[in-house]
Design a protein around this ligand. Structure first.
Ligand SMILES: CCCCC/C=C/C(=O)SCCNC(=O)CCNC(=O)[C@H](O)C(C)(C)COP(=O)(O)OP(=O)(O)OC[C@H]1O[C@@H](n2cnc3c(N)ncnc32)[C@H](O)[C@@H]1OP(=O)(O)O
Length: 358
């Protein structure tokens, strides 16, 4: 839900009542979001090099680029509401190494060395995504887009990266399949939008097999590092479903339509090296050294100037944003109808009653 003008004004008053100074970084962020929400993109000349305070404020505002006013207003409200006593402590530099910044059993979010690490943590179910997990990830990305981290990284706990959508999302919904399909389409659209719009470098550390939406989403990441044990599988036709996460656009663009068809229509499973050859994966590492090599590299990347990385990503992503949002909307509408089709209902029932394994 978007923040109203009243929410925004309440948040401004709340800032004045903060008991602890939230620290310079947060104050700069608040200033930038306030200016963006009220005046729009930065439109004043950059202060001189010796005017340090105004230059820092200008840079913070300018770094928001063309962020829409409504989004800035929402981010301002979210940031203020996150300034609870515990987060006030963290912005004062009291956050310990690898501190948990979000408590949830299925998604563990930690912050260390400029990296927001988002770990899917449902290993007993191969990290299949429940409706609650989709919603938590939307919130996590919203927070990570305005926190102090330079990059955000997704990975999975256990032997799988992620087995995709939890197929019981559709069978356990209180209102039945129709209600689940309606809810699913709304959640999916917002979920994918939060990846399209994420402003910082987004990296996937694919520690094991990836299935369904865990694969298609990779087309919206900025870098994908895979263990040689990882596989990439999108069995949409087997499930009576259709592609999502903009893959009907990103995959043919990335690998050509013939290879995209093998994956998206025929459900061909790729090894990590095959996925690398198709441009879906940036680099493949031997599983024995995967974690060490990848995290060493990511810690170095996270030290690069964050504003520069954001601006460069904006340049790359802005060429595509409108198209990606349109594709996402169309894919969600198509999927909603698919979820109610006999082909899909039979496939899901088969999985749940264990007659079939993909
Ligand atoms: C609302 C937004 C929707 C967005 C649209 C998204 C679409 C997709 O993502 S489509 C892809 C959906 N995923 C699948 O179809 C995968 C289904 N799972 C499997 O085929 C297999 O479980 C496996 C190949 C991933 C792993 O096989 P195996 O190593 O033999 O392990 P198990 O099958 O015994 O799995 C252990 C445990 O985990 C449960 N599980 C695994 N994946 C899912 C899943 N996607 N949904 C629900 N549950 C899953 C599995 O049922 C086992 O549970 P228990 O029997 O209770 O131990």
């Amino acid at each position: 839900m978007r923040a109203s003008q009243q929410d925004f004004e309440n948040a401004m008053n709340q800032v004045k009542l903060l008991k602890q100074d939230p620290g310079n970084q947060v104050k700069l962020k608040l200033y930038a979001l306030y200016k963006q929400a009220t005046d729009g993109p930065c439109n004043v000349p950059k202060p001189g090099v010796f005017d340090l305070v105004n230059k820092a404020k200008w840079e913070a505002w300018n770094s928001l680029g063309n962020l829409p006013k409504e989004t800035a207003r929402q981010n301002y409200v979210d940031l203020v509401s996150s300034l609870s006593p515990s987060s006030e402590a963290s912005s004062q530099g009291k956050r310990g190494a690898d501190e948990k910044v979000q408590e949830s059993k299925d998604i563990v979010v930690t912050s260390e060395d400029g990296i927001t690490k988002i770990m899917l943590n449902r290993p007993a179910k191969k990290n299949a995504l429940t409706f609650e997990m989709y919603k938590e990830i939307i919130l996590t990305l919203k927070n990570a887009s305005t926190d102090n981290s330079a990059i955000a990284v997704f990975t999975g706990a256990g032997d799988y990266y992620c087995s995709g959508n939890d197929l019981t999302n559709f069978t356990s919904a209180a209102g039945g399949m129709e209600e689940a399909a309606n809810q699913g389409a709304v959640v999916l659209r917002e979920f994918v939008n939060s990846f399209i719009d994420f402003p910082k470098p987004l990296v996937a550390v694919v520690n094991g097999p990836a299935v369904g939406i865990a694969v298609t989403l990779l087309g919206l990441f900025d870098a994908v590092y895979a263990s040689d044990k990882a596989t990439f599988h999108t069995p949409f036709s087997h499930l009576g479903q259709s592609p999502e996460a903009c893959s009907s656009y990103t995959f043919p663009k990335m690998m050509g339509s013939a290879k995209a068809t093998e994956m998206l229509l025929f459900g061909k499973k790729l090894t990590a090296r095959e996925a690398w050859a198709q441009g879906l994966v940036s680099e493949v590492f031997p599983d024995s050294t995967f974690e060490k090599e990848v995290w060493t590299r990511l810690r170095a990347y996270a030290k690069l100037p964050p504003n520069s990385m954001r601006i460069s990503k904006e340049l790359i992503r802005n060429n595509e944003k409108e198209k990606l949002h349109a594709v996402n909307a169309e894919e969600c509408t198509t999927l909603k109808a698919r979820w109610l089709s006999e082909e899909c209902i039979n496939a899901i029932m088969n999985f749940v009653s264990r007659k079939a394994k993909l």
